[in-house]
Design a protein around this ligand. Structure first.
Ligand code: ARG
Length: 464
């Protein structure tokens, strides 16, 4: 028998099955089940408290909803595509449980404020999890920095050896990026922590409802102040998708570096076996698949942002069915970032850092050329002139096949009498790194200070 639609009153003919399936969202919006029930619980309590329905009716609906929540948690709820979406599925399951009194639940409410409420509840929950996982990732980076203050590696610009830096400095750069991500997600909570419930279809309701009460019962900070905005606002999701995109971009950059560092050419790190895979044909292979996947998944997260921005563009107020398209991208980005953050943290925690190899690769290069120029400048030579002298010497060395540290003292003194034997210590990468203690620099003292700052920030964000 054809199930009667909850909105069936004004219709004479019913949808064909394939058309019905096109319009249905239950395949994906069932992820909102628990939030939908939570919202309904708040709504029915309010309906009882304000006398819109009787207390007995409210209690019976509440008991039915609580049973549904238990059934859901036990994996026992079965949804039907003929009931279109999660809201009508839950209502029809409730009717099966408690009979026609279930029909009173939808008083002073529409699916428009209901779906918006579910999305706010889902996203708020997700945002707290994201911030929490980011704290773990940030802590992992600070731990690595702490362990590697004096681990020297090449610093790059244009992917060319530029100046030697500390591996800790590199990790702390990412710590700062993820800290800003964390702040963005934390701010995103503010725009998500608002209750649309009671805006009804678009214009509010004639029933004496209490929107502050439902907002409080659901743990929101306050209700939306305009009903049209309440049902049609998706900024909180766009902010999330945009924050998720920036986060993925950061993770992807770090993954790209890890992938490079694992290569035969760099050999700066080795990933643990638990985060690597082999090849079905080449027995020697150990591939950084998980890092590549995070880099790859960045694409879908960007796609979800552009997708929803495009859905929202030109949408007239208020609810339009287009808005049903806000869900899959949000779920997908949420699930993608939650697992990617954990994978990245696990990968970093278990990788081996090859300090000697990193240091070695700063020894046979010209990344100490700035040291020589700075040495000359600190003895009074104008920096531009020093730059010119060193540039010529680098050319001379590279033609002859040796490096600045191999140039004999006599040659140095021919170039400039202000160069003394202390030049050789100045040219060592360890010295070069240790001395860059300008604020934020890679000097060991500066790094210790940065780590201290990071630790203070981390203990503050743990209390969020
Ligand atoms: N499944 C719908 C959505 O996700 C719920 C709201 C439907 N409202 C309506 N007026 N058709 O957007």
């Amino acid at each position: 028998m054809e199930a009667k639609k909850l909105w069936g009153g004004r219709f004479e003919a019913s949808l064909e099955e394939w058309v019905e399936e096109f319009g249905a969202s239950i395949r994906f919006d069932q992820k909102l089940a628990k939030y939908d029930i939570q919202g309904s619980l708040a709504h029915v309590q309010m309906l009882g408290a304000t006398g819109v329905i009787s207390l007995e009716e409210a209690q019976s609906i509440q008991a039915g909803l609580e049973e549904l929540l238990n059934d859901y948690e036990a994996g026992k709820l079965v949804f039907d595509v003929r009931n279109e979406d999660i809201h009508m599925n839950i209502e029809s399951l409730l009717t099966e449980k408690i009979g026609s009194v279930a029909g009173k639940l939808h008083t002073a409410r529409s699916r428009n404020d209901q779906v918006a409420t579910d999305m706010h509840l889902y996203l708020k929950d997700t945002l707290f999890q994201v911030v929490d996982k980011l704290t773990n990732l940030r802590q992992t980076l600070v731990n690595l920095a702490q362990e590697h203050i004096e681990t020297v590696m090449p610093g790059y610009t244009h992917l060319q050896h530029a100046q030697p830096i500390s591996f800790a400095q590199h990790m702390l750069a990412y710590y700062n990026m993820f800290s800003r991500d964390s702040e963005r997600f934390a701010f995103n909570i503010q725009h998500t922590d608002i209750s649309p419930l009671g805006a009804a279809a678009l214009a509010g309701t004639t029933f004496p409802i209490d929107r502050q009460l439902t907002s409080d019962l659901m743990g929101f900070s306050h209700p939306y102040t305009n009903s049209l905005d309440a049902v049609s606002d998706r900024d909180f999701i766009l902010e999330f998708l945009s924050n998720a995109s920036i986060l993925m971009m950061h993770m992807s950059r770090l993954c790209e570096e890890i992938i490079n560092w694992c290569s035969h050419e760099y050999k700066f790190v080795t990933l643990s076996d638990t985060f690597s895979t082999g090849s079905s044909i080449m027995p020697q292979k150990k591939n950084p698949d998980m890092a590549e996947l995070i880099r790859g998944k960045t694409g879908r997260v960007y796609g979800n942002l552009v997708g929803l921005l495009t859905v929202m563009k030109s949408l007239p107020l208020t609810y339009n069915k287009d808005l049903q398209e806000d869900k899959e991208g949000m779920f997908d980005s949420a699930e993608t970032i939650l697992v990617s953050i954990d994978i990245l943290a696990g990968m970093l925690q278990s990788m081996t850092v090859h300090k000697e190899r990193m240091a070695q690769s700063t020894e046979k290069d010209f990344s100490n050329a700035t040291e020589l120029a700075d040495y000359l400048a600190s003895k009074g030579l104008p920096f531009r002139q020093a730059h010119e002298i060193v540039g010529k010497l680098v050319l001379e060395c590279s033609k002859a096949g040796y490096y600045l540290q191999d140039v004999p003292l006599e040659r140095y003194q021919e170039i400039s009498s202000i160069i003394g034997p202390d030049i050789y210590t100045a040219l060592e990468s360890q010295t070069a790194v240790s001395r860059r203690n300008s604020l934020g620099g890679t000097g060991f003292e500066s790094i210790r200070w940065q780590i201290q700052q990071a630790k203070e920030q981390l203990s503050a964000s743990k209390g969020l």
